[in-house]
Design a protein around this ligand. Structure first.
Ligand SMILES: [Fe+2]
Ligand SMILES: [Fe+2]
Length: 324
């Protein structure tokens, strides 16, 4: 199609950059925080615990830090690599070995929930028995927020999360991506970094500074990752249905298969990931107050930039694979 045609112009108008998604989110940060809560829970058949509003402090400082990270050259470069990678994938006419490598590498970049957040939840659970009575309320709050960060990825938020990536790759006829030959070293280095973050210092004394810092840092990596995902999935969500249809026209007439095929991307789009990120902020701040370690926005900034740089490197390796 001629790019100057009305349809072509419409396409460019409708599609938003990762940057635009990030700006929209950060601008509305105070509103998102006001609405953030731990959901209510049925206690008895006729009795419910009401939702618990999240408490997040220093909102202006947090907003400034996030904006600074978003506009930083490191983030700009990482987003460029990521958008170029998706564009290179969209341009592929067939599922060749480079696309299989892309799917393998892309999967590696989405392991924060299992390798960082869930490991922190495990560590907090193990340590719960050692927490003194006066700290338990705060500690429970940390755990409840961390559950909100990870629940969707574990199929506890909505059903059927498990296997979604495979539904998508199957619809593309790309199930072979799991084979070792399609690994991209930089993407595996990235997931190694996540793993090391999740288990760092886990045997150190509970009240030692290195232990508390390792938990705080890991929660900040969760924040970085969820907010990055908020932009990444919303970006790719704009294209996924058309790409699936172009590769697999059969999906046009099979709505259930189409829903499954695009479920992985759509299920992570909208406000889903940003909300996970804000629960991680609430968890990190509550943790800081409970165990007396300061939540430092400057530290968060550094960790977010470090995360963005690493994920950007993984995406530029995927881009090289797709365009080699
Ligand atoms: Fe997920
Ligand atoms: Fe998430």
């Amino acid at each position: 199609m001629n790019s100057a045609s009305p349809q072509g112009r419409l396409d460019t108008l409708e599609h938003q950059s990762m940057q635009a998604f990030g700006e929209t989110f950060i601008q509305a940060l105070p509103k998102h925080i006001r609405n953030l809560k731990i959901p209510g829970r049925a206690i008895e058949e006729n009795q419910r615990r009401q939702p618990v509003l999240a408490y997040i402090g220093n909102i202006t400082e947090l907003q400034d830090a996030m904006l600074e990270v978003l506009h930083h050259p490191i983030t700009q470069e990482a987003q460029l690599s990521t958008e170029s990678t998706f564009m290179a994938f969209l341009k592929k006419k067939s599922i060749d070995s480079s696309v299989l490598s892309f799917f393998n590498g892309w999967n590696e970049t989405h392991k924060t929930t299992s390798l960082v957040s869930a490991k922190i939840i495990m560590r907090l659970s193990a340590d719960a028995i050692s927490v003194p009575a006066e700290k338990r309320e705060g500690y429970h709050n940390v755990m409840a927020h961390m559950h909100e960060v990870a629940k969707d990825d574990f199929g506890l938020g909505h059903q059927g999360h498990d296997g979604m990536y495979n539904y998508m790759t199957a619809a593309f006829g790309a199930t072979a991506w799991v084979e070792d030959q399609y690994k991209i070293a930089q993407c595996n280095e990235f997931s190694d970094f996540l793993y090391n973050t999740g288990i760092a210092k886990h045997k150190t004394a509970l009240n030692s500074l290195e232990h508390k810092s390792s938990i705080m840092d890991a929660m900040m990596v969760s924040i970085a990752s969820e907010l990055w995902n908020g932009r990444e999935y919303n970006f790719v969500a704009q294209y996924i249905e058309a790409k699936l249809l172009a590769t697999n026209p059969f999906l046009r007439t099979n709505t259930q298969n189409m829903r499954n095929a695009k479920g992985y991307v759509m299920g992570h789009s909208g406000e889903v990931e940003n909300k996970h990120g804000l629960h991680a902020v609430a968890a990190a701040q509550a943790y800081g107050q409970t165990v007396a370690i300061e939540f430092k926005p400057a530290r968060l900034k550094g960790i977010m930039l470090n995360y963005n740089e690493r994920v950007g490197n993984a995406f530029s390796a995927m881009h090289r694979a797709l365009t080699a």
